[in-house]
Ligand binder design. Sequence first.
Ligand SMILES: [Mg+2]
Length: 255
Amino acid sequence: MRLLVFTDLDNCLLDHDTYDWRPAMPALNRLRALGAEVILTTSKTAAEALPLQGEIGLAGAVIAENGGLIVWADGRRRWLGRPVSEIREALDEAAAEAGAGIHPFGRMSVEEVAARTSLPPERAPLALARESSEPFVLLTPEREGALRTALEARGIRLTRGGRFHHALAHEGKHAAVALLIEEARAAGPAETIGLGDGLNDEGFLRLVDSPIVMPGAHAAILMERLPQALLAPAAGPAGWNEAVLMRLDRANWTG
Ligand SMILES: [Mg+2]
């Protein structure tokens, strides 16, 4: 039986502030021993996620930009949605129509992205290498509904991650996760675990056999919407570690 683990990064496998993942090593080692595939499922760009995947020692697919891009282990890439240039144009138009103040990534300097994300300065340019989604700061939160409507009229979705709003033209993380689950199950039986903390994670947490919600600002809403989910004992990689080990123990996955 194949085991696929789809995981969000910030506040999940990575510490929200330090981006450290090492407290999750015991669970990652056990997953490796089981031959499980850990699939980073993130709003980050492929340029950010792929080096991180290498650093953590994972070998499998990566879902970047909230599902806008899948990169397989053999290097194949598939883009879902529309190119970022079109999304930026539609976002500007929609914001003007909705009377919403926005500050998108496309207009931020490397220094500003580093400051807003607490990313080390050498990693910030990678966060700017967008291909199929645009993160932005919504300066007028009271215009969120109007902005959403104006974006939807242009075929663009609005979603929320831990730090930013995101405009995208694809369905979100869950469509990419569904595609990979379908691909795995075409080859044989596969069990799936998912870990996330954001509203943009809800869709894929709904798809997996074992959803795990990480504590954070949206945990209460997620737990209400996903009553079958396990709430991790803590946020970040330490909680990720414990929750995954608990889940493996409960299912008697040993390796
Ligand atoms: Mg997150």
